[in-house]
Ligand binder design. Sequence first.
Ligand code: HEM
Length: 192
Amino acid sequence: MLATPRARRSAHLLVVVLALLPIAWLALGAARGALGANPVETIEHETGDWALRLLLATLAVTPLRRFAGLAFLAPWRRTLGLLAFAYALLHFATFLVLDLGLDLGALGKEVAKRPYVTLGFAALLLLGPLAITSTRAWQRRLGRRWIALHRLVYPAAGLAVLHFVWLVKADLREPLSYAAGLAALLALRLRR
Ligand code: HEM
C-alpha cells in the first residue's frame, strides 16, 4: 500500500486538504448566510466536532503503525495533531469573539462557572505546548522530556471528550461514542 514516497506524499497532502474542507465549508456558508438560524452555534459545533475527530485520528496513528504495519503514517501524527489544534483554536476563538464579544472578564466567568467550559479550556491549554514543541528542533532540544511532554495528548483528549459529555443535556450517544473511541485507542496504546 502506497509503495512509493511520491504516493505517500500525495496521500499526506490529500489528508491535509480534506481536513481543511470543513473550514472552507463554514467560510462559504457564513459568506452566503447559509449556516442556519444560529450561525455562531453552527461554527462552534462544527469546529468542536472536527477538533475532537482529528484529535482521535492523531491518537490512532501509533496503533495503526504498530498493529497494522502502516509505518508510512509516522509523519501524519504531527500533521493531524496540528490540524486538531487549529480546529480547537478556531472553536475557542468563535466562542471568545463571536459569543462573548472578546470580553476576557466574561471568559474568566464562563471558565469558572460552567464545568464544560473549564474542561474544554483545560484541554486547549494542554494542547498548546504540544503544538509549539511539535517541531524537530524542539524534539531535539527536549530529548527524552519531549516524549513525556507529548503524553499530555491523552489527558487533553480525555478532557475534550468529558467537555462534550458534560455539555450535552439529552442524547448522550454522540459524546459517548467519542468516549468509547478514546477508550479503545488507550487500550491499544497500553497493549505492547
Ligand atoms: C481541545 C479542545 C476542545 C475540543 C476538542 C472541543 C470540542 C467540542 C465539541 C465536540 C463540542 C460539541 C459540538 C456539537 O454539539 O456537535 C463543543 C461545544 C462547545 N465548546 Fe468545545 N472543545 C474544546 C475546547 C473548548 C474551549 C476552550 C471552549 C471555551 C472556552 C469551548 C466551548 C464550547 C462551547 C461554548 C460549545 C457549545 C456548547 C453549546 O452547545 O451550547 N470548547 N466543543
